[in-house]
Design a protein. Structure first.
Length: 302
């Protein structure tokens, strides 16, 4: 049955605790084995008797996408399955948040109370964080249009963003002009995302989501506390990782990216670190030729 198959799959997984405490000698043996590295990276071969797919991806990810790729790769290794990633290029990745913008701090310290209120009063475990009405979205959309047509308003928006976002020099007024920012619909956040961000900052650890109780964490991770991803970075051995930070990034400053670099280096990962004169959103909205050449040179490597 489907339930039996699911139970069997869970039983064959390496527990998070075992993955974090895996002996160093065993990891060195796995790293030295070409077949093992090829299987985990998605080359030819098989894992668990199942043929792996004959492709190998080079992934470029930004911000939250960087942390998602770390979770994907580590989780697949834990399951004994290939992650099909041959190279990781991570632009200002999330995960470590020793320093955050000043405008985020009130949210971080009050969000647990907000979540408790929504759970107990409104009976909602998770809820969307967005502009709920057409009128509110219309006003926000009109404001974004005005920032592009009125230079003084645009300068004001950039100045306020720089003040509230830790000196970030991104073109936030241009970000508001993306097609998906309109009166008909706008992006939203999950309350769980905000809670996870608060957790990462308060614990100063790169770890998975804390479900709020030991029982809930055991149900999700088979252990009472959320797994620490940075303690599992040895699972990335065999995959070149390139970390890129923005010198004018106030959302995820370079000190946070360096924490990834130090943890990966200590775990024996083939990792590099480079800085560009960018803000957080400049990696996507205002990328210059130097970044394009750098990424292209990495993607062309085997």
């Amino acid at each position: 049955s489907a339930a039996a198959a699911t139970a069997a799959a869970i039983a064959t997984q390496t527990s998070w605790d075992e993955l974090q405490q895996q002996p160093q000698q065993q990891q060195q043996q796995q790293q030295a084995s070409p077949l093992h590295s090829r299987q985990l990276s998605g080359g030819s071969g098989s894992v668990g008797g199942l043929p792996s797919e004959p492709y190998n991806l080079r992934v470029v990810c930004h911000s939250l996408g960087g942390m998602l790729m770390l979770i994907h790769c580590i989780q697949r290794v834990r399951e004994g399955r290939p992650h099909h990633v041959g190279r990781l290029i991570m632009l200002s990745p999330a995960g470590f948040h020793y320093i955050i913008p000043v405008m985020f701090k009130p949210v971080v310290y009050t969000w647990k109370v907000v979540s408790w209120y929504m759970r107990t009063v409104w009976r909602q475990q998770a809820f969307p964080v967005h502009l709920p009405t057409f009128c509110a979205r219309l006003l926000a959309f009109k404001f974004s249009i005005d920032t592009s047509k009125m230079p003084a308003v645009g300068d004001l928006v950039r100045g306020m963003a720089r003040l509230l976002l830790g000196g970030d020099r991104s073109a936030w007024d241009r970000a508001l002009l993306m097609p998906h920012y309109a009166a008909a619909g706008m992006p939203l956040l999950s309350s769980g995302q905000v809670m996870h961000f608060s957790q990462l900052y308060l614990t100063r650890r790169c770890q998975l989501f804390d479900h709020g109780s030991a029982a809930a964490n055991v149900a999700a991770y088979q252990q009472a506390t959320p797994p620490v991803l940075s303690e599992c970075y040895h699972s990335l051995r065999g995959v070149p990782v390139h970390l890129v930070a923005g010198l004018h990034d106030g959302v995820i400053p370079p000190v946070n990216i360096k924490a990834h670099h130090e943890a990966m280096k200590a775990a024996g990962v083939d990792v590099s670190y480079r800085e560009f004169d960018y803000g957080h959103m400049d990696f996507t909205f205002s990328a210059k030729e130097e970044l394009g050449y750098y990424i292209s040179s990495l993607l062309s490597r085997k």
